[in-house]
Design a protein around this ligand. Structure first.
Ligand code: ADP
Length: 326
């Protein structure tokens, strides 16, 4: 172990359930390894403003199962500037902090990496975003919880759809990626999953719905990622209605429901593994890595992977969704 004495941590970008479990793990692992630990409130904005407090084991009591982030999060345009990052570094330096853990998405990691290279600070990233769009890790903290929230909502929608021969368009989060849509669509038996990465025309969708109707499907659910190229759920429902009306059509936008709620067991466990992994990596003298989850194990992946590569959809899941929707 190297001579790192003080670690600080922050949560940044979009919040995700399970961030608190990661905060707890970083704090407890730091204390376990006799390293002082500091919480930075409101992400990079709080770092620039010096909104930093020392934490103890007891500071993170009873947060493991709570959604959101007790450290709060923010977006900080100032941290994108050299001037902003200089101010941020002086806040760390004046407290003798030599290691930083950033819990967030690829944008937060890009910032952390630049910061680390500019000032020779050791940094570690913990991937957390409900979108699961961080390249280099199979799972990001929050994705499992968000997908489970979506599935539980669609199960409820299915009850009413079945009772009335209805066609539901359910819009889920995913401006650029279809990870939530794909996973929750498979788990809830969607007839079609509309994702930004896959082009499905309105004509193809209508053909699928007609086939389903002929096959005596009494209800159909179409899961639509918000970044779908034919528009969100409202636009899509309108376009379909113009061509096809065997079913009564309804639209549900799940919105910010997907960000909240208690983290699932899976998210709590990977957050705990990643939090401990980040601290151990820093204490081993490593820097510029994120704690990535691949094939059931946590490893250190270069931070660059997260912001220079685009994460691809799992093609096997795309195929499975098609096979099972007949
Ligand atoms: P996420 O981490 O969820 O992807 P953002 O992309 O909004 O969220 O990034 C969060 C914050 O990280 C930004 O508000 C900014 O302060 C910082 N950041 C993002 N990209 C950069 C960058 N290229 N250089 C410096 N800071 C960045």
């Amino acid at each position: 172990m190297n001579d790192l004495k003080k670690i600080a941590l922050l949560t940044s970008g979009g919040d995700a359930p399970g961030m608190n479990a990661a905060v707890r793990a970083v704090v407890r692992a730091s204390v376990y390894y006799n390293t002082e630990v500091f919480g930075i409130y409101e992400g990079y904005k709080g770092l620039i403003e010096g909104n930093i407090r020392q934490l103890s084991v007891r500071s993170v009591n009873n947060i493991l199962g709570n959604g959101g982030t007790v450290l709060r999060s923010s977006r900080s345009p100032e941290f994108r500037t050299e001037e902003g990052r200089k101010k941020a570094y002086s806040e760390l330096k004046s407290r003798g902090i030599d290691g930083l853990v950033v819990i967030g998405g690829d944008g937060s990691f890009a910032g952390a990496h630049i910061f680390s290279k500019e000032f020779g600070l050791q940094v570690a990233g913990i991937p957390a975003t409900i979108d699961n769009d961080i390249a280099g890790t199979d799972y990001s903290i929050g994705y499992d919880t968000a997908s489970n929230v979506v599935v539980s909502c669609i199960d409820k929608i299915r009850d009413t759809a079945l009772s009335h021969n209805r066609l539901f368009f359910v819009e889920v989060m995913g401006r650029d990626t279809g990870f939530i849509a794909l996973r929750s669509g498979i788990a809830s038996g969607a007839i079609c999953i509309m994702m930004p990465e896959r082009k499905t025309s309105v004509e193809e969708l209508v053909a699928l719905l007609r086939k389903g109707y002929r096959n005596k499907k009494s209800s159909s659910i179409v899961v639509v990622a918000e970044g779908n190229e034919n528009g969100g759920a409202y636009e899509l429902a309108k376009s379909v209605r113009e061509k096809y009306n065997d079913y009564e059509t309804k639209v549900t936008i799940l919105g910010h429901l997907q960000r909240g709620g208690d983290p699932t067991c899976f998210d709590r466990v990977i957050a705990s593994e990643m939090g401990v992994g980040a601290v151990e990596g820093l204490l081993n003298g490593n820097s510029g890595f994120m704690t990535a989850y691949q094939c059931g194990k946590i490893h250190e992946e270069p931070l660059e992977t997260s912001y220079t590569q685009k994460k691809q959809l799992n093609e096997n899941l795309v195929k499975i969704a098609q096979i099972l929707s007949i």
